[in-house]
Design a protein around this ligand. Structure first.
Ligand SMILES: O=C(O)CCC(=O)C(=O)O
Ligand SMILES: [Fe+2]
Length: 307
């Protein structure tokens, strides 16, 4: 049996769907080259109707680079340092109201690891337990977002940097286009936030990044975790950052409602993603690999001096 490749959606400038991929296919180096080309050219791939198990998840991920342990120890999966497990259970989930919808497991629009200097090159995500309602993972292409910027903004942001920090939802000013309100913070999320605040200094990343393989420009903004524009100070860049975040969040998005026989690969140097809320009484369990890579342009800043 062969596998098939088709566009993710006729309306989107990014993404492919690959059906029927198995471990036998990925033993062929030519198939691995083809998959790497899709990753670079298309930004993300949804794998459907193929092999699905932990070994295949890991083997598929390794095609795109060595895997690394996530720097937040609380997320690691016991005995399997290459996998993080993201749980949202009725007993332990951060509950928010987003645009009138109340639910758990919400994550604003982000790039993974943008709160450290080395942003991983990608990840492969798998649903071990999909929520029946909500819990969709959505993606936006930041090459497309850059191309859609008005010329004046393209010129204005060249050479600027954004400072990022992992903090609580209440500190996040740019992560969503909609209104949100935190109703309850999960104990596990609070302990991650507390330990990160102590151990991770703020970092800065350029607003424009050039995809190394193709020379295409990426609007390198992660609205979630963004604090301020480095060159414009704590307040001076607020208007510009708001305008850029609104621009990127208005770009075409792909929204994925999960079943447990699918996996999604993305290029984390290029794609933003977010998770929609699910009713707080539902359980959702996801596992993800972290594909190593250093894009070489992140910079640690000193911890802020306490007032
Ligand atoms: O739970 C999800 O759908 C995605 C979570 C996430 O942001 C990630 O795996 O990087
Ligand atoms: Fe993520």
């Amino acid at each position: 049996m062969t596998f098939t490749v088709e566009p993710l959606s006729p309306d989107l400038a990014f993404g492919k769907t690959i059906r029927g991929l198995t471990s036998e296919h990925i033993r062929d180096p030519e198939v691995c080259n083809q998959l790497r080309r899709h990753w670079v050219e298309d930004g993300m791939v949804v794998f459907r109707d193929g092999e699905i198990n932990e070994d295949f998840h890991l083997a598929l991920s390794r095609i795109f680079g060595p895997l690394e342990a996530h720097p937040i120890p609380e997320l690691l999966t016991e005995g399997k340092p290459e996998l993080i497990t993201l749980y949202s259970t009725p007993e332990d989930t951060t509950v928010l109201e987003v645009d009138g919808e109340v639910g758990g497991g919400y994550l604003g629009w982000h790039k993974d690891l943008v709160y450290v200097e080395q942003i991983n090159h990608g990840g492969v995500l798998r649903a071990l337990k999909a929520s029946k309602i909500g819990g969709r993972t959505s993606f936006i292409d930041q090459i497309d977002a850059y191309d859609r910027l008005p010329e004046d903004l393209k010129q204005q942001i060249e050479g600027l940097h954004v400072v990022y920090r992992l903090g609580s939802f209440d500190d996040m000013k740019y992560m969503t286009r909609s209104k949100f309100r935190v109703i309850e913070t999960a104990a596990s999320a609070q302990s991650v936030i507390d330990s990160v605040a102590k151990n991770f200094p703020p970092v800065s990343h350029p607003l424009v990044f050039v995809q190394p393989e193709t020379g295409r420009k990426v609007l390198n903004l992660s609205p979630f975790f963004a604090m301020y524009i480095e060159e414009l100070g704590l307040e001076g860049g607020h208007e510009l950052l708001t305008r850029l975040a609104h621009h990127v969040l208005d770009c075409p998005a792909y929204q994925h409602a999960w079943t447990t026989d699918e996996m999604i690969l993305w290029d984390n140097w290029r794609m933003l993603h977010s998770v929609s809320p699910a009713p707080a009484n539902q359980e959702r369990v996801m596992q993800r690999t972290t594909i190593k890579g250093d894009y070489g342009v992140g910079r640690k800043l000193p911890f802020p001096v306490a007032a």
